[in-house]
Design a binder for this molecule. Sequence first.
Ligand SMILES: [Zn+2]
Length: 191
Amino acid sequence: MPLKGKPAGTWNRKRKRCKHAAIVLGDGVLAGCASRDAGPADVHVCLDRFLKDDFPDGGEQVVYHITNFRAPRSPSTFVALVDALVLALDGGKTVQVFCMGGHGRTGLVLAAVLSRFGYDDPIKFLRGSYCEKAVETQEQVDFLVANYGVPPAEPRYKSIKFSRSRKSESKLLVDGPWWRGSEDDWGGGKW
Ligand SMILES: [Zn+2]
């Protein structure tokens, strides 16, 4: 069940785009991309609230905001999100995750989902089969190690200076037709 629509590996005028292979998991398909490459899928997950206008038409739409280069503030809501995605994939759905570039935050989600599907070293797998840029910062690696027990990996960026304090970070925002509320209310998806 390949993704339809424009492929993520096409050139534009300004720069070369990565090719991000979709991953077949059981009857489902897990894909990740830059927001500009988002195409049709059954479930779309946008990891940046500033990119929520980039949803393609159709399918379920979920916004789960993670600040760029960072890990989720709330492990429990993240786990609930990943659990919902696992259910969707088990149900044969195509799930597409996107952020600005499809690497750090998207890589984090993809690695967590792969872990749930029994992949022993999801970061290594992603860097070999999805994109070498997957999972960008130490904080993201540490989050995966702590919450999913994945083997540690070198961060892509060794030193990232965060420009904003965590206090100014927005709360989790989920805009799907099936869910509204604050971060603390997250109860998983309906799939
Ligand atoms: Zn890439």
